[in-house]
Structures are given as C-alpha cells and as structure tokens.
Write a protein that binds this ligand. Structure first.
Ligand code: PRP
Ligand code: URA
Length: 174
C-alpha cells in the first residue's frame, strides 16, 4: 500500500459536497430545511464536525450504530461512548451520512437502521473519506474522497491529532 493522504482525501470530499450543494457556506447546509450532516461514530463524527465548519452548517448529528451492529457479540455494546445525537427533526430532511472508511457496507446498513429509528428522512446520501472496495452489502457512496487499495489482511485506521490534522495508517487485521 502506498501512502494515503487523509488531508488530501478530505479536501476532495469537501469539494464534491460543496459542488453538489453550492449554497454552502451559509445558505444550503445552514438552512433550516436544507441538507444536514450526520457522522457515524467515531471516525465519521470527527469528519462531520470539520465538514460542518467548512460548509457553514449550523447543526450536525452523530450516529452510534452499537444497537444495530451485526457483530456486537464480538465487539461489545459501547453505546455509552457517544450515544446517537440528532439535534434536528429527521423526518423529511435530506441527510448526508458521513464515515471515514467504506468497506463491506455493514456499518452503513447499521447506521441506516439507527437513523430510521428517529424518523423518515427525505433522502440519505453517503459520503466517505476512503472507499477500499470489498462490499458485502448493496451500498455505494455519492461522495468519495478517494478510492484506496488496501490489502485484505490490513485495516485502514483514521487518526486525528490534537490540532485536528487527519492521518491514515494501517494495522494488521485482527
Ligand atoms: O464498511 P465496513 O466493513 O462496515 O467498515 C467500515 C467501518 O469500519 C470502521 O469502523 P469500526 O467498526 O472499526 O469502528 P470504529 O469507527 O469505532 O473504529 C470504520 O470507521 C467504518 O465505520
Ligand atoms: O480498512 C478498514 C476496514 C474497515 N474499517 C476500517 O476502519 N478500516
């Protein structure tokens, strides 16, 4: 695997969302009935915090998928880490769901279940920093920072420095 520049992927992702919603900053994501950002805890929550600033979004949500994971028996129920927080009415809103890595698609499936526990959005679009392929669910992202090649025995991990700087590193798959 060659070096994966998370900051460059972030810039590409931001530009795609801006191009799709040219009212930002200010009008589009800032508007009460405009699109709204929701990040999947934990990597997606970091991204959505930063995207909200860059897009002038007044509000954003965080989705915790713990209750809907299909592997919770293995991973445990860590919902107390950061419960789902959607400080807006989900009903009839266009939601841009954000995550750091898209791989099998199982996390996105779980996040959709969690979102729909809160209401019926007008639409949900997916934005990811890195798409590494390997889908096991019929899931595709509208906004993709970049497609990356990562070995099957490797996990791509996003980290955030104290200054907010994003980096990707790899770890051997457990
Ligand atoms: O498409 P998938 O195969 O579901 O993989 C993608 C997910 O995996 C990682 O989360 P992880 O479950 O490792 O939890 P974390 O975000 O708390 O690290 C990553 O942050 C994505 O959310
Ligand atoms: O490479 C991967 C695969 C799933 N989840 C990650 O965070 N990284």
């Amino acid at each position: 695997m060659s070096f994966i520049d998370a900051e460059a992927l972030y810039r590409a992702l931001l530009e795609q969302i801006r191009a799709a919603y040219p009212g930002s900053p200010g009008a589009s994501f800032g508007a009460a009935d405009g699109p709204v950002l929701a990040g999947i805890y934990s990597g997606g929550a970091w991204l959505v915090e930063r995207l909200a600033k860059d897009l002038g979004a007044a509000e954003f949500g965080v989705v915790n998928i713990a209750l809907h994971r299909d592997d919770y028996a293995k991973k445990g129920l860590h919902i107390q880490a950061s419960p789902t927080s959607l400080p807006f009415d989900v009903n009839d809103r266009r939601i841009v769901l954000v995550d750091d890595v898209l791989y099998t698609g199982r996390t996105v499936r779980a996040a959709l279940n969690e979102l729909y526990d809160y209401g019926r959005p007008a639409a949900v679009e997916l934005a990811v920093l890195a798409d590494r392929g390997g889908r096991e669910m019929p899931v595709a992202a509208r906004f993709v920072g970049g497609v990356v090649e990562v070995g099957a025995d490797t996990t791509l991990v996003l980290a955030r420095g104290d200054d907010g700087h994003l980096t990707f590193h790899t770890e051997a798959r457990a």
